[in-house]
Design a binder for this molecule. Sequence first.
Ligand code: ASP
Ligand code: MG
Length: 412
Amino acid sequence: MSTSPTRIVMKFGGTSVADLDRIRAVAARVKEERDKGHQVAVVVSAMAGVTNRMVGYCHALDPMADAREYDAVVASGEQVTSGLTAIALQALGVPARSWQGWQIPFRTDDAHGKARIEDVEGAALLACMEQGVVPVVAGFQGVAPDQRISTLGRGGSDTSAVAVAAAIKADRCDIYTDVDGIYTTDPRIVKKARKLERIAFEEMLELASVGAKVLQTRSVGLAMKEKVRVRVLSSFAPMTEQSGSLVVDEDEIMEKELVTGIAYSLDEAKISVRRIPDRPGIAAAIFSPLTAARVNVDMIVQSVGSDGMTNMTFTVGKADQARALAALEAESDVIQYGEIQTDSDVVKISVVGIGMRSHSGMASTMFETLAERGINVQVISTSEIKISVLIAAEYMELAVRALHTAYGLDAD
Ligand code: ASP
Ligand code: MG
């Protein structure tokens, strides 16, 4: 790090606080930063596996459990780790105290189970830090307008950490996890994947949402909006100046790579509505019922035949497939389709990079690379900094490896 931050948020995920030895190691890590003269606030997740167990308890009693009571139960994991981490810090001679969401207060809306953050009060945490006491914030939880405990949705403690960092105007938000940074692609698939020193918020947002599950997508969106510099690093590897990856504003990236990373998403289902009489309004007739059924449509392609008939093909998340089908079938009189085909043996591969904005020819490299391997592209979608294709799932690894090489991302 070139500059020396004075105030940092350190967030520890479930595997980093999985047992008492890990919690002791976390406390030692926090003490280390504090000994360097930094002001530190800590945000913790529940111990690995605990939230899953709590969710299981709720659903075992009632699959439709009251979301407010669900929140009361699942938020408990973070309450435990915030207290334990404060105790572990005190045992090392570091003054510390735990903070629950309602004590801060960390205000959310009333969407219990997947609440959105409305406002995080920084004053009490800052006062705590001023007194030399390390605040240990329970992540994932807040307080809803009804004064009851709310939770932010699974993986939400990343977003808690970024929100706390914004509220106390931290110089950086360090997210400690079980991987040592953001890679050009999944290192389990491509041995030559490289760790990125820096990545732009926008790139991370695309990579997070297309399958690189390192950070909760919402946390990246919030970091971008609030301009919170995020560092992703491992709590298991020894710390060096080169540790981790920085997620930053693109102005902080000198050399804008054409392609920063390649992501894949297995959570795709393809739906083809076939042999529809082609007429104005047909896209609205298909997609409005899907919106009404809260189905998120991602990629879309329309192919028009010479016979006045058209086919509309699009993708949805696997969990939405059945709901999408039901919504379309309910409108069969209006849409007048010949048939609907579905395929969930598909994968979306995305190539992402802010350098794409100013360069052409990025898509043809992708198509040529896939064609050379005999991989058929079923659907294409693009944004300013991303090209995505849908291909048969069986070619996922081959495609990711080939593209990683084609875009010059392989490590030497
Ligand atoms: N403990 C919560 C979960 O497992 C929140 C988090 O870990 O980010 O989803
Ligand atoms: Mg997580």
